[in-house]
Each structure stands twice: as structure tokens, then as C-alpha cells.
Design a protein around this ligand. Structure first.
Ligand code: ATP
Ligand code: MG
Length: 197
């Protein structure tokens, strides 16, 4: 069983893509967000930021037990998806894919979800800064960090790309993190002030 970590800012499509991958290959999925709720691992609710604060230590303990359970079933792949999936200990990481999304498109996706303006801004800013990629850059992992720009790609195309990466049908160098740079794009367009005060 090989483990794929799917990360990305909320709204980039982690859950959608992971569930779609399941239609084509032998894969189990752990959503850390769902695990936090089902195992009651939420420390508190941050009302100002409208987000749950997770007990990281506890969730890692639960996760390791779950990984061991899945190892017995031995699916070809296990996907662990969440915007905080960088908490997964490095010995359990075989692949890392960070889904990316252009700030304007992400803004629309989060707005459609009914997020309040402040929460949308916070998430879009995080995407512009590439936080989810940076969290992995700071981890001593033995596998390259890959990213897929989901902005104008269909769910089917992204799914196929993920499967091609897992089954080594594409050159993963084409997906090495670093190509997506929303900060530079907005700077060039002189639009940074759209998302930052
Ligand atoms: N490639 C895509 N093109 C257009 N819309 C997409 C794409 N991928 C996902 N979406 C839409 O964006 C929304 C967010 O997707 P999803 O819930 O999978 O994101 P997520 O990364 O799992 O977010 P969260 O971190 O909050 O769980 C959904 O409405 C989904 O249908
Ligand atoms: Mg999700």
C-alpha cells in the first residue's frame, strides 16, 4: 500500500478529486476533516476565523492506527486528504500532491459555498502565498512535492492526472511544485490589493 497525501487550500477540490479517483483504482480514502469530527478531535471552534481547531497530537495517533488497519486490507493506494494533511508523519508519505487554484476562481468557489467574505479572503490569501506547499517544503520528506493547477481543468482530467502520477505513466518532473506563483501573477497584473489590504 502506497500513501498519497492530497493537500491544498479549502475549495481546491481535494475531496472531489479523491472520491473520483476511487472510481478508477483500488484506493481507500481518509479525510482528516471527517476524522476530526467523527472521533471528536476538535479542541474548540474559533468563532472569529469560523474554523475548527484540531487536536493535532490526538489526530496523528488516530491516523496511525487507521493506517495500520488499512495496511491489513492492503489496497493499492491510501489517500489522506485535508488542507492540514502536512501533519502526517513523513514515514507514511509516498506521494504529495497539492491542488492549486487561481485566486479569482477560488474566490468564486468559496463564495458559492456560502463562506463569509472574511473567511474567503483568508483562504484566498493563503492560496496566493502557497501556504499548503510551503508546509511540505519545511518537512524532511523523501518524495518531491507535486502540484496540479485545477483552475481550468475538469474534475475528470485532474483525476486522470493524479492516477497517471500514481501509476508512473507521466514524468512527475512536470508537476514539481514551484511553477504556480499567484503572487507573481497578481503583482504583474498590479492586482495584489484586490486580495490584500
Ligand atoms: N476542477 C474543478 N473545477 C471546478 N469546480 C471544482 C473543481 N474541483 C472542485 N470543484 C468544486 O469546488 C468546490 C470545492 O471542492 P471540494 O469540496 O472538493 O474542495 P476541498 O479541497 O475538499 O475543500 P475543503 O478543504 O474545504 O474540504 C466543490 O463545489 C466542487 O464541486
Ligand atoms: Mg474537502
Amino acid at each position: 500500500m502506497q500513501i498519497l497525501i492530497v493537500s491544498g487550500t479549502p475549495g481546491t477540490g481535494k475531496t472531489t478529486i479523491s472520491n473520483n479517483v476511487k472510481k478508477y483504482i483500488d484506493v481507500k480514502i481518509i479525510s482528516l476533516n471527517e476524522l476530526a469530527i467523527s472521533e471528536n478531535l476538535i479542541e474548540k471552534y474559533d468563532t472569529k476565523r469560523e474554523t475548527s481547531v484540531i487536536d493535532n497530537k490526538k489526530i496523528i495517533g488516530f491516523l496511525i492506527e487507521l493506517i495500520k488497519e488499512y495496511e491489513k486490507e492492503d489496497p493499492e493506494f491510501l489517500i489522506i486528504e485535508s488542507h492540514f494533511s502536512d501533519i502526517v508523519p513523513e514515514q507514511y508519505i509516498d506521494f504529495v500532491i497539492v491542488l492549486r487554484c487561481d485566486p479569482d476562481e477560488l474566490y468564486s468557489r468559496l463564495k458559492r459555498r456560502g463562506y463569509k467574505t472574511e473567511k474567503i479572503r483568508e483562504n484566498v490569501q493563503s492560496e496566493i502565498l502557497g501556504n499548503c506547499v510551503n508546509y511540505f517544503m519545511n518537512k524532511p520528506i523523501n518524495t518531491p512535492i507535486l502540484e496540479i493547477d485545477t483552475t481550468r481543468a475538469s474534475i475528470e482530467l485532474i483525476t486522470k492526472t493524479v492516477i497517471n502520477i500514481l501509476t508512473k505513466k507521466v514524468d512527475i518532473k512536470d508537476f514539481y511544485a514551484g511553477k504556480v506563483d499567484w503572487l507573481e501573477k497578481l503583482f504583474q497584473e498590479d492586482r495584489l490589493q484586490t486580495f490584500f489590504d
